[in-house]
Design a protein around this ligand. Structure first.
Ligand code: SF4
Ligand code: SF4
Length: 438
C-alpha cells in the first residue's frame, strides 16, 4: 500500500511562508462585544514568543532543513510540547495555513526516523502498540470488559465476526481501556439497544486506529494498524454485511476519515462504507423523528469542541494551478464537515437542559490539552491546561461540561479534579442515554 504522508523535506517551500507575525497567538471575534482569547496551549504554558508556539516550531523546521540545527533535548521537547490542536492554523491567514499541523508532525516523523523521537515518556506508547495493538498496554481480553453489564442483563452485544450486522461500532482504545471513560461506550451501546439498532463490535479483535502513533510521528506503526484495519473493514463490508462504521472517539474518527485517506487503496478498501461519528449518526435519527427524548436532564451545561471533530475536519481551498491568485495560495476554508452545530442542537433538544456558551468555541475552541501525545508525554501540563478550560466553562455559570471525545473526557475531568472544581465532563451520549426512555 502506498501512502501520501509528506516528509519535512517535501514541505520545504511551505515552511518559508511563515512571516513570524504572531497572529496565531490568539482568537479574535469582532463581536459585539469583541473578544480575544489565547489559543495555543503550548504558548500559554511555555511562552508564545519563545520556541513553543507555531512560529517557533516553524522556525525549527527551517533550521532542520537548512542543516543548522542538530537534534538535542530542548529542541525535541519543543516539537513534542504541542497538542497538534490546530489553533494556530485557524488564526494564520498565509499560504502555509493548510499545512501547519503537517509541518509539526513532519518534524516528529523525522525525529522518529532519525531514532531520537518521540520523548522518553511517550516511547511506552510505541512499545505498547507493538505488543498490545493499543496505546494503553491493555491485554486483548480487557477490551470487552465494558460489555459485561449488557451480558448480565441478558442483552449481550454482538461479536460482528460471529454474527453479521450492518453497523460496526468501533469503540476505540480510550473508551475500552481507560476506566473513567468506559461510561462512554456503555452509554453508546445502551442508546443503540434502546433504539433497536442491529450493531456489533469487533471485541477482542479490535485494534487501535493508529491516531496516537500518527500524531507522535511513528508513521510505520500508524501504517501497520491502519492497513490492518482497512482490510478488516473491507472484509466486514464484503462478508459480514457492514455498511456503516460508527465511532464515538474524535481521534478514531479523524484517523479513519482523514489519515486513512492518504492511502492509495482507501477508496478500494473503504468505498461503500459510511464512516460516521456517533453524534452525527444519532443526529440523523433525531431529525428523522426516530429518537424521542422523554426524560428531563435538568442541568446547566456548556459545550467543549474537541479539536478532532472541529478544526481537524476543516477543508482548505488552495489555488493549485494559479488560475485564481497564484500557485499554492490559500483561498479559503470549508467547515461543513466540522461537528459544531450538531452537538449543540442535540444538547438543546434534551428536556431540561440550560445551555451556556463559552467565549472560545467552534474553530476558536481552546484545546483541552490532551492531544498530540501530550497527555502521555506531559501529563502534568495536560491536566493544568484542562483546568484552564474548566475555569472558562465555570465562568458561564454551567454546572457541567459536555463534549464528544473520550480524550477530552478524561483530560478535562483530570483538570477539574486538579483545580478542585465541582464541574464534571460528560459525553453527549451519556446525556442522550439519560433522556431516552428504556
Ligand atoms: S504561523 Fe501564520 S500567524 Fe503564526 S507567525 Fe507564522 S505567519 Fe504569522
Ligand atoms: S497546534 Fe496547538 S499547541 Fe501546537 S503550536 Fe499550534 S496552537 Fe500551539
Amino acid at each position: 500500500m502506498k501512502w501520501d504522508i509528506p516528509t519535512l523535506e517535501e514541505l520545504e517551500n511551505i515552511v518559508w511562508k511563515c512571516t513570524a507575525c504572531g497572529n496565531c497567538k490568539g482568537t479574535y471575534e469582532f463581536g459585539p462585544p469583541p473578544t480575544f482569547g489565547e489559543i495555543c496551549p503550548a504558548g500559554v504554558e511555555f511562552g508564545f514568543d519563545g520556541n513553543m508556539a507555531s512560529k517557533g516550531k516553524i522556525a525549527f523546521a527551517r533550521g532542520i532543513l537548512d542543516g543548522e540545527l542538530e537534534w538535542n533535548d530542548d529542541f525535541l521537547d519543543a516539537i513534542y510540547k504541542c497538542t497538534v490542536c490546530g489553533g494556530c492554523q485557524n488564526q494564520c491567514e498565509l499560504d502555509h495555513k493548510p499545512f501547519i499541523p503537517e509541518i509539526i508532525e513532519s518534524m516528529r516523523r523525522k525525529a522518529v526516523n532519525d531514532g531520537v523521537g518521540p520523548m522518553p515518556t511517550q516511547k511506552v506508547i510505541a512499545q505498547s502498540m507493538r505488543s498490545y495493538n493499543n496505546p494503553y498496554q491493555g491485554p486483548r481480553r480487557v477490551r470487552t470488559d465494558w460489555t459485561r453489564p449488557f451480558k448480565k442483563a441478558g442483552k449481550p452485544i454482538k461479536d460482528i465476526m460471529k454474527k453479521d450486522a450492518p453497523i460496526l461500532y468501533y469503540v476505540g482504545c480510550t473508551g475500552a481501556f481507560n476506566l473513567p471513560v468506559r461510561n462512554l461506550p456503555v452509554a453508546t451501546a445502551s442508546i443503540f439497544q434502546k433504539l433497536g439498532l442491529d450493531f456489533g463490535i469487533l471485541g477482542e479483535n479490535e485494534i487501535c486506529c493508529g491516531s496516537t502513533a500518527m500524531r507522535l510521528g511513528d508513521v510505520d506503526e500508524f501504517k501497520r494498524v491502519a492497513e490492518t484495519n482497512m482490510k478488516t473493514f473491507k472484509d466486514l463490508h464484503d462478508n459480514h454485511g457492514v455498511k456503516t462504521i460508527i465511532t464515538s472517539c474524535a481521534g478514531c474518527f479523524r484517523a479513519i476519515k482523514k489519515d486513512y485517506s492518504l492511502s492509495d487503496e482507501y477508496e478500494t478498501l473503504l468505498g461503500g462504507i459510511q464512516v460516521i461519528h456517533t453524534t452525527d449518526f444519532l443526529y440523523s435519527l433525531f431529525k428523522e423523528g426516530k429518537m424521542k427524548f422523554t426524560r428531563e436532564v435538568p442541568w446547566k451545561v456548556t459545550y467543549h469542541d474537541p479539536c478532532h471533530t472541529g478544526r481537524h475536519l476543516i477543508e482548505y481551498k488552495i489555488d493549485k494551478d494559479g488560475s485564481q491568485q497564484w500557485i499554492g495560495s490559500y483561498l479559503g476554508k470549508n467547515e461543513e464537515h466540522c461537528l459544531y452545530d450538531i452537538p449543540r442542537e442535540m444538547l438543546k433538544a434534551l428536556p431540561g437542559i440550560d445551555f451556556r456558551e463559552m467565549d472560545r468555541i467552534r474553530s476558536n475552541s481552546y484545546c483541552c490539552g490532551g492531544g498530540g501525545g501530550v497527555m502521555t508525554g506531559y501529563g502534568d501540563w495536560a491536566s493544568k491546561n484542562a483546568g484552564l478550560r474548566i475555569e472558562e466553562g465555570m465562568s458561564t455559570g454551567a454546572e457541567h461540561m459536555i463534549s464528544i471525545c473520550p480524550f477530552c473526557h478524561f483530560n478535562l475531568n483530570e483538570g477539574a479534579k486538579r483545580i478542585k472544581s465541582p464541574m464534571k465532563l460528560y459525553d453527549l451520549v451519556e446525556l442522550i442515554d439519560m433522556a431516552l426512555p428504556d
